[in-house]
Design a protein around this ligand. Structure first.
Ligand SMILES: NC(=O)c1ccc[n+]([C@@H]2O[C@H](COP(=O)([O-])OP(=O)(O)OC[C@H]3O[C@@H](n4cnc5c(N)ncnc54)[C@H](OP(=O)(O)O)[C@@H]3O)[C@@H](O)[C@H]2O)c1
Length: 296
């Protein structure tokens, strides 16, 4: 399998590169600002210049493209909505069109922030979308652009992505921040009024490749099976860092001023991917154990 990872230097992208290599696939990648430390063919590519993507496809000749690149700074999207819509809304459709024209399978990655957050039951793939900030609006536009270009694309929505960055081998995302504060014995205020189903990047990468191997198409939610608050996520981490939970304190989303609104509840229903692959998604505790074992 010839795999091209767009955004190979991102947290998810680096895990897709690593997972592809471990399966013996022929992996190539693109990067934007930072060239990752992978020994694979790499091309610099900017999502705002999608006309050049045809040249990348000609040069790298993939069977499948996985688009892990996006403008992921949620507050940055709010203050720069034009750029958010170009990178997250328009570019995915253009990439899909180039792939379609060349007979290449296209896989795209989206977000739980397409949902408004007013529900209290996990959102299924068919639930109504209602983004409450520019990031979610632009990502939803990207999903729609992809499916307009090609009916048989694979689109995966993730939630609260964290894990080991596979180019640097550093723990990345929320647990890295919690761990560093725990080790520095600093107080850690964590929200008790936000609910997410954290997605471990390495698990999502393996799941994406499993879906590709099964020729799956359509929309899938990929996340752990635990719907938790950041405070509860913090409690799982303190168990593994072996430092007193007393450093954790209860906080509210209202305590923090940010440019973009966050939805209160975006847990994802993962039944669809579980039944497609005939296996359960991990719990958050299982995911944390996996990462902590890898870091040892
Ligand atoms: N992080 C989350 O909590 C979360 C939650 C749900 C869904 N998602 C989705 O999951 C996917 C992967 O996210 P991630 O967490 O891996 O994000 P990430 O670590 O921030 O990676 C983003 C990637 O996008 C690339 N990129 C940014 N601007 C670009 C541009 N103008 N042209 C080309 N590439 C550009 C970056 O390249 P360089 O590093 O080379 O600049 C980087 O490789 C995204 O679609 C995101 O929307 C993320």
């Amino acid at each position: 399998m010839q795999l091209l990872v767009v955004g190979a230097n991102g947290l998810l992208g680096s895990n897709v590169v690593r997972a592809g290599q471990q399966r013996g696939w022929n992996v190539r990648g693109t990067y934007h600002s930072t060239r990752p430390e992978f020994d694979i063919p790499l091309t610099q590519f900017d999502l705002s210049e999608c006309d050049s993507f045809d040249d990348v496809l000609t040069e790298r000749d993939p069977d499948v493209v996985v688009n892990c690149a996006a403008m992921t700074d949620v507050d940055g999207c709010e203050t720069n909505p034009e750029q958010a819509h170009v990178l997250n809304g328009d570019a995915p459709g253009e990439l899909a069109a180039h792939c379609n024209a060349n007979g290449i399978e296209f896989v795209h990655v989206s977000t739980d922030y397409v949902f408004g957050g007013t529900e209290r039951e996990p959102y299924s793939e068919s639930a109504d979308t209602d983004p409450v900030q520019v990031y979610g609006e632009s990502k939803l536009a990207g999903e729609q652009a992809v499916t307009e270009e090609t009916a048989d694309a694979l689109v995966a929505r993730l939630s609260f992505v964290w894990g080991i960055h596979r180019s640097t081998d550093d723990l990345t995302g929320f647990p890295a921040w919690v761990r560093s504060r725990l080790l520095a014995a600093e107080d850690i205020p964590l929200f008790t009024d936000q609910w997410v189903t954290p997605t471990r990047a390495g698990q999502a990468a393996e799941t994406l490749l499993d879906l590709i191997e099964q020729d799956a198409t359509g929309l899938f939610h990929i996340a752990c099976s635990s719907c938790v608050t950041p405070y509860e996520f913090g409690e799982v981490i303190t168990d593994h860092v072996d430092i007193s939970e007393e450093l954790l304190s209860e906080g509210s989303m209202d305590d923090v001023e940010r440019d973009a609104t966050r939805p209160a509840y975006t847990c994802l229903d993962i039944e669809n991917v579980e039944s497609e692959l005939n296996r359960p998604q991990p719990t958050l505790r299982e995911d944390v154990e996996e990462v902590w074992n890898a870091l040892r």
